[in-house]
Ligand binder design. Structure first.
Ligand code: NAD
Ligand code: UDP
Ligand code: UDP
Length: 337
């Protein structure tokens, strides 16, 4: 009997490949897959990932780490592939835009080739950025987006859009079992304190008594999902029936203005940080909120952790981490990573 049939029929320890496994989301996913009784191979080139994110897993005999850049081919035997490798914060993905496009596109081709050869199921970490600066609100999966193909965010947005195209073409042409999730802004412990994303920036600034930097007037919105909720949705999607290919939005449908987020964090910490206003980066989306009807009906999933609770847990993480020397918050366009 084929290994896939054996696993489907009798269950057993699956060999899961997590690309980008030493990153923020990837490290939580590795942890969860190990806790579920799987073997986990974490493949990462440590561009934005961090050994400290996975150091607590290294003693686990079912966990293995490989330093590798997925824009190059890789030959391993696996049952499931979670393709998360790609810098996610605007500061990081705009630092080397050509590499961002390469990891999104060449990386996806290599992972799809690997899935084709091994018969593995493969999940793509896509993004709400495929909707660009959306003109439909909240965003449903049917909305085709409003992306500037030549702007500074395009390396990421268009790279991820092309990866989705490849996933669906490999599915149609080679019968691959695919899952495509569109992740909306997710936050939590193990975000890099210097990655420039809004939640980490605001918390680091408030903890250090530095000015809280709002880009634009702070009226732009985002919807913030706590990492544990997101990982639960990701696992449910991978384990859903094969007809559930996605794309499927995963995120928290509670929409928050950026100014409101700053005030929430400052008030919670009782911080004396002033709020300062700086120019809005080019092509910064004005509003973003997922319609999660598909995830609710197909995966019976919805977020459970409130923004207040999630921020509390994230603040605890940063408060502990910042007692050790760490880089300061970074701004979009600020240069080197
Ligand atoms: P992250 O930057 O913390 O993690 C990305 C990981 O990929 C890092 O460990 C990095 O070293 C690794 N990586 C980058 N290029 C690589 C390459 N060429 N080969 C191997 N490894 C490579 O970001 P994250 O927030 O954990 O995001 C993970 C995935 O989820 C990304 O694909 C991102 O686009 C997607 N996503 C995240 C969010 C979010 O809010 N966190 C939102 C939408 C989509
Ligand atoms: N690939 C890989 N690991 C594998 C199989 C394929 O990294 O186990 C890569 C390889 O670089 C290949 C790409 O995936 O170019 C796409 O594979 P596919 O079989 O679709 O195309 P081809 O081999 O014809 O280029
Ligand atoms: N932002 C901000 N101050 C910061 C960092 C980000 O006002 O210090 C804004 C940013 O302009 C955007 C929103 O917060 O409107 C979310 O930014 P982030 O980089 O976290 O993610 P994005 O959703 O833009 O990819």
């Amino acid at each position: 009997m084929h290994r896939r049939e054996l696993l489907d029929r009798f269950g057993g320890r699956k060999r899961c490949l997590v690309t980008g496994g030493a990153g923020f989301l990837g490290s939580h996913l590795c942890e969860r897959l190990l806790a579920m009784g799987n073997d986990v191979l974490c493949v990462d080139n440590f561009f934005t990932g961090n050994r400290a994110n996975i150091s607590h897993l290294l003693q686990n005999p079912h966990f293995e780490v490989m330093r590798h850049d997925i824009t190059f081919p890789i030959y391993v035997e696996v049952d499931e592939i979670y393709n998360l490798a790609c810098p996610a914060s605007p500061v990081h993905y705009q630092h080397d835009p050509v590499q961002t496009a390469k990891v999104s596109v060449h990386g996806a081709i290599n992972m799809l080739g690997l899935a084709k050869r091994t018969g593995a199921k493969i999940l793509q970490a896509s993004t709400s950025e495929v909707y660009g600066d959306p003109t439909v609100h909240p965003q449903t999966e049917d909305y085709r987006g409003n992306v500037n193909p030549i702007g500074p965010r395009a390396c990421y947005d268009e790279g991820k859009r092309c990866a989705e195209t490849l996933f669906f073409d490999y599915h149609r042409q080679h019968d691959l079992r695919i899952r495509v999730m569109r992740i909306f802004n997710t936050y939590g412990p193990r975000m890099h304190p210097a990655d420039g994303r809004v939640v980490s920036n605001f918390i680091v600034q408030a903890l250090q008594g530095e000015p809280i930097t709002i880009y634009g007037d702070g009226s732009q919105t985002r919807s913030f999902c706590y990492v544990d909720d997101l990982i639960e949705g990701m696992i449910r999607l991978m384990n859903a029936p094969d007809e559930v290919t996605g794309p499927i939005n995963l995120g928290n449908p509670v929409e928050t203005r950026v100014l409101e987020l700053a005030e929430k964090i400052r008030d919670y910490l009782g911080s004396s940080s002033p709020i300062v206003f700086e120019p809005l980066p080019v092509d910064d989306p004005i509003q973003r909120c997922p319609d999660i009807t598909r995830a609710r009906t197909m995966l019976e999933w919805e977020p459970r952790v409130s923004l207040e609770e999630g921020l509390r847990r994230t603040v605890d993480y940063f408060a502990e981490r910042l007692t050790a020397p760490a880089p300061a918050a970074v701004k979009v366009g600020a240069g080197k990573v």
